[in-house]
Design a protein around this ligand. Structure first.
Ligand code: GCU
Length: 338
C-alpha cells in the first residue's frame, strides 16, 4: 500500500476493533487471527492461506476467525514481520531473505547455489533437522516459523541488456531483497545491488531507477515486471523459500487441541501452495513468452556459480553454528546429483 494515511487509518480501526472485542469478551473468547502477505489474490500463497482460513474456520470457528490480508495491505514484508513480532497481527509470510535481518541463522537459505536442484531444496526444507534450528531461532524476538512455501528459483531479468554472463551485470543497478547476503552476492557477481521492498520494484523498473531485478517467473506476470523487462536469464542463482511466521505468544496461548488443529493447518498451507506453485509457474512462463514477449535465456551457469562460491565460506566462517545444517544440505545435494 502506497498511502501511509490509508495504512494508519487501517491500524486505528484495528486498535478500535481490538478494544471493542476485548470489552465484549466473556469467558468464551473469540479471536480474530490476522495473516498478512505481499502477493496478489490469484497467487499460490494466497490460495494456500485461503485453504488455511477455511480449515481453521471450519474446525475452530467457535473460537477463531481467520482473516487474510494480501497485496501489502498491512505494509511491506519488513513491516509485517515487525507487526507479527509485537502481536499486532498473528501471522505473516516473509521471504527468507527478509528474515535474515531478524535472525542471522536465516542467512543459510539465502546462499546462492546452496541447493543443486529443486529436489535437494525440497528434501532439505522438508527435513526438520535442517529447518528446526533456523525456524526456532527467532523465539527470543517474539516469533517463530511454522512452515515454508516454495518461491521457485531466482534469476536475473533486465529492461535493456540481456544477461548472459556475470560480466553483463557490470555497471547495472539490480534490485535485490533487503538482506546482507543478497547484497554481497551482487557484489561478487559484479552488479550494483539496489535493495528495496517488493512493492516498489515495478515503478523503479519503469522509471529506470534500476536496470533490472531478480526473482522467479511469477514476478514477470503477477507483478507486471515482464511488461518492462524483456530478458529473463536462467542463471538460477537462488532458491529462497518464503516462510510463514507466527507470533510466539499467540501460538503458546493455544491449548493442546487448538495447537494440533493449527499445526494441521500449517501443513495444509505447505501442501496446497506447493501444488499450486507448479501450475502457476508454468502458466507464468507461457504468459510471459506469448503475451509480454519476454525472451528466456539459458546462459552457462558455471561462471555465476564460481563467482558466488566464496560466499559459502564467508557465511560459514562468520556463523559456524550453521555448519551442521550446511552439511546436511550437502548430503541431500549428493543424493539428488543428476
Ligand atoms: C518472491 C517471494 C516474496 C518476496 C519477493 C521479493 O515473490 O515469494 O516473498 O517478497 O520475491 O523479491 O521481494
Amino acid at each position: 500500500m502506497k498511502s501511509s494515511v490509508k495504512k494508519s487509518a487501517f491500524f486505528s480501526a484495528l486498535a478500535l476493533a481490538s478494544v471493542l472485542l476485548a470489552g465484549c469478551s466473556g469467558p468464551a473468547r473469540h479471536r480474530i487471527v490476522r495473516i498478512g502477505h505481499n502477493q496478489s489474490t490469484s497467487h499460490p500463497t494466497h490460495i494456500a492461506l485461503t485453504a488455511f482460513q477455511d480449515f481453521i474456520n471450519e474446525n475452530l470457528g467457535e473460537n477463531f476467525t481467520v482473516e487474510v490480508y494480501p497485496s501489502e495491505l498491512l505494509g511491506s514484508q519488513t513491516d509485517m514481520v515487525q507487526l507479527t513480532q509485537t502481536g499486532a497481527i498473528d501471522f505473516c509470510i516473509a521471504s527468507n531473505a527478509i528474515l535474515e535481518t531478524f535472525g542471522r541463522n536465516y542467512e543459510i537459505f539465502n546462499l546462492p547455489y546452496l541447493f543443486v536442484n529443486a529436489d535437494a531444496y525440497h528434501l532439505s526444507m522438508d527435513d526438520p533437522a535442517v529447518t528446526g534450528p533456523i525456524f526456532s531461532s527467532t523465539e527470543k524476538a517474539g516469533f517463530t516459523a511454522v512452515t515454508w512455501l516454495d518461491a521457485g528459483t531466482r534469476n536475473f531479468y533486465t529492461v535493456k541488456k540481456p544477461i548472459e554472463s556475470p560480466a553483463d551485470l557490470k555497471g547495472l543497478k539490480i534490485r535485490v531483497q533487503q538482506s546482507p547476503t543478497n547484497i554481497e552476492m551482487m557484489r561478487l557477481l559484479g552488479g550494483s545491488a539496489t535493495p528495496m521492498g517488493f512493492g516498489e520494484v515495478y515503478t523503479a523498473l519503469q522509471s529506470n531507477i534500476i536496470d533490472g531485478a531478480e526473482n522467479n517467473e511469477m514476478a514477470l506476470t503477477d507483478n507486471g515486471h515482464g511488461d518492462v523487462c524483456k530478458y529473463y536469464s536462467y542463471d538460477m542463482h537462488q532458491m529462497v523459500p518464503d516462510i510463514l511466521i507466527g507470533n510466539l505468544a499467540f501460538l503458546e496461548g493455544l491449548d493442546e487441541e487448538e495447537r494440533a488443529v493449527f499445526e494441521e493447518g500449517f501443513r495444509l498451507v505447505n501442501q496446497v501452495q506447493r501444488r499450486e506453485w507448479v501450475k502457476a509457474v508454468e502458466a507464468a512462463k507461457e504468459k510471459a513468452a506469448t503475451q509480454q514477449q519476454v525472451q528466456f535465456l539459458y546462459p552457462d551457469q558455471a561462471p555465476f556459480v564460481a563467482a558466488c562460491m566464496p560466499l559459502h565460506q564467508s557465511v560459514l566462517q562468520g556463523n559456524p553454528a550453521l555448519q551442521p545444517i550446511y552439511d546436511a544440505v550437502q548430503g541431500y545435494n549428493k543424493q539428488c546429483q543428476p
